[in-house]
Design a protein around this ligand. Structure first.
Ligand code: XUL
Ligand code: CO
Length: 443
């Protein structure tokens, strides 16, 4: 990849220096060019940078204004500023060695006074992004539309009680699909945004779900009509911004998609912090999606166990990521998906250099987890333990249960005549936790 322009003059392209390196601006585990099983680590992990956090995040919170002021955010013409911001972004993508990026329509181009003007702005930035992608080789993992920031969407987009808002959102997603296709996006994400409700006093839940399904059906039909081949992904989240979000978690979103006959067209983009907000572990959500062949992509971040909201932090918890990676690898990987850093800097992390530390930490933690998970799976001890635990279903009457040959009557007869009382067997959780630690912390 050829480097263009210079908005991070004091930071070179991040190099892999190995686990013993003490250089904070080097990778210790992520070696993008290392070939494992015929594919480079960069191809295995498919890291992606989230434009909204990395290049639109300003450190605002409900108690105070922006703390982050980037040197490239200069000028009064919003479209020109957006172009320079994009130059900085692509320089960062290259220096951090991320092969992909992701964006919402309104992240990259300022919203205009009308939809037509917003579309014109977007077209200018898409043309610029196309040039930048060509010059750098960085590709688009997924595109999406922001259907939650503008006040018109305060009561939802597809689930808004006003059909006018629904129509506006449909027009916005149509354009977002066009531009995602234009940039060769490999997926398109639907995060629920404000698709949920605060109170049933003003809400018809059934109608809102019907409307959401109609919206997704139109998206599928439109994508078909333009020949968009990317994978559609639903990103579940249980709460925030609304109290009850319709795509609560993977299981409820699967039920929703099946109810409306949409399941063939969607997979899941699973975000760690959303999983934990739903009261699940990250790996639980991955397993639920994978069990239905619907694992699509990952929004790589973490929450804070002491806080009950979406803190979107960079994840450096190698144990959590190793468990997640084991589930991803067992599912056969992410296909067209990737690991997208939907994570933001803490409010006082105001230097451009902090963007590097944050992503280096996240990439290294995932790379280490990837290697550990491969080792654990190859070693086979954990896998063999689980297989053995279910072995009674592999032969005899256990297999008959699964092949439909057994019934309540035949099993009753068997228990009364032969089997009697089952012998309890330990689940060995503590042993397995200790075993896991031997991989995480080898001597
Ligand atoms: C919000 C969130 C979004 C989606 C894309 O919690 O995760 O940024 O990833 O709309
Ligand atoms: Co996300």
């Amino acid at each position: 990849m050829k480097l263009v322009r210079c908005h991070f003059p004091n930071i070179a392209q991040v190099a892999y220096e190995g686990p013993r390196s003490s250089n904070p601006l080097a990778f210790r585990h992520y070696n993008p060019d290392e070939v494992i099983d015929g594919r480079t680590m960069s191809e295995h992990l498919r890291f992606s940078i989230a434009y909204w956090h990395a290049f639109c995040g300003t450190g605002t919170d409900p108690f105070g204004p922006r703390t982050i002021n980037r040197p490239w955010e200069m000028g009064t013409d919003a479209v020109s500023v957006a172009k320079v911001r994009m130059d900085a972004a692509f320089e960062f993508f290259q220096k951090i060695r991320a092969p992909f990026w992701c964006f919402h329509d309104r992240d990259i181009a300022p919203e205009g006074r009308s939809l037509a003007e917003s579309n014109r702005h977007l077209d200018k930035l898409i043309a610029h992004a196309k040039d930048m992608q060509k010059a750098t080789g960085v590709k688009l993992l997924w595109g999406t539309a922001n259907l939650f920031s503008n006040p018109r969407y305060m009561c939802g987009a597809a689930t808004n009680p006003d059909a006018h808002v629904f129509a506006y959102a449909a027009a916005q997603v149509k354009k977002a699909l066009d531009v995602t296709q234009e940039l060769g996006g490999e997926n398109y994400v639907f995060w629920g945004g404000r698709e949920g409700y605060e109170t049933l006093l003003n809400t018809n839940l059934k109608r809102e779900q019907d409307h959401l399904a109609a919206f997704l059906r139109m998206a599928v039909d439109y994508a078909d009509s333009i020949g968009f081949k990317g994978q559609f992904l639903i990103e579940p989240k249980p709460k925030e911004p609304t109290k009850h979000q319709y795509d609560f978690d993977v299981a409820s979103a699967i039920a929703f998609l099946r109810t409306y006959g949409l399941e063939k067209h969607f997979k899941f983009n699973i975000e760690t912090n959303h999983a934990t907000l739903a009261g699940h572990t990250f790996e639980h959500e991955i397993e639920v999606a994978a069990s239905q062949g619907m694992l699509g992509s990952i929004d790589a971040n973490t929450g804070d166990p002491l806080l009950g909201w979406d803190t979107d932090q960079f994840n450096t918890n190698v144990k959590e990521l190793t468990l997640a990676m084991m589930s991803i690898l067992r599912a056969g990987g992410l296909g067209t998906g990737g690991l997208n850093f939907d994570a933001k800097l803490r409010r006082p992390s105001i230097d451009p250099e902090d963007l590097f530390h944050a992503h280096i930490g996240g990439m290294d933690a995932y790379a280490l987890a990837f290697k550990l998970a491969r080792r654990i799976i190859a070693d086979g001890k954990l896998g063999a333990f689980v297989a053995e635990r279910y072995a009674s279903f592999d032969t005899g009457f256990g297999r008959d249960i699964l092949t439909g040959k057994a019934s309540f009557r035949s099993l009753e007869k068997l228990v009364l005549s032969k089997l009697g009382e089952p012998t309890p067997r330990s689940g060995r959780q503590e042993y397995l936790e200790n075993l896991l630690n031997t991989y995480l912390h080898p001597v």
